[in-house]
Write a protein that binds this ligand. Sequence first.
Ligand SMILES: [Ca+2]
Ligand SMILES: [Ca+2]
Ligand SMILES: [Ca+2]
Length: 244
Amino acid sequence: MSLAPSLIRLLVVAPLFIACGAADVDAPFGDEMDSDQDGIDDATEFELGTDPERSDTDGDGFSDNEEINQGSDPTDGNDRPYLGGWAKDRSCRDGISATGHGVGDIVENFELPDQFGENVSLYDFCGRAVLLVASAEWCGYCREEAPHLTEMYNSYADRGLMIVTLLGETDSGSLPAQENLAGWADQYGQTFPVVADASFGVGARFVEGSSIGLPSVSLLAPGMEVVIADGRPSEQDIEAVLPR
Ligand SMILES: [Ca+2]
Ligand SMILES: [Ca+2]
Ligand SMILES: [Ca+2]
């Protein structure tokens, strides 16, 4: 093992230790020292590129520790944890290349507004199996299906399932506003993203032909590969692609 990393660590930690002042002389030295007391030691903060003396390095209101746990970038003030609490899969989201929307293809990303008024990015969930469910407020079958989706998410979220309800229209046929999305999520207990999909633009990608029958359900494997396009995934289909 090279001496270089430990030398660098010593060089960085030593001045910080001195800067701590007399009040901190009893603080543990080296890897265990956590100057800003945000739960990440100084040496790790150096490796991460975060500020060991500031618990919220990028000033976005979320501590470095929260951001790392939620998969957002602690050095980018524009990248914050979701208000919905869904962790972002940082390890894969930048490495995906879309190929299409048929079975076996890698789907392209989308960013759509959710029930909290934030944009949700599909690729933030790239390490999970994702069920995309195109629905509408006026669609009775969609409303029948909604509670079952909630049950499924509650059963399989821990094993890496994400569900996204793509709500295309309100009862009057207009684009769902945040209150419609929040209303749908509350009514059916859906704690996963419920997003507004204008004119079923995303949902229709998976449909052959010009009309979409609702609900239209598509299943993506981790890595965002289409397993079932506009079909009826069974629980067995979903279990087969869960990452854990
Ligand atoms: Ca720290
Ligand atoms: Ca932050
Ligand atoms: Ca951030």
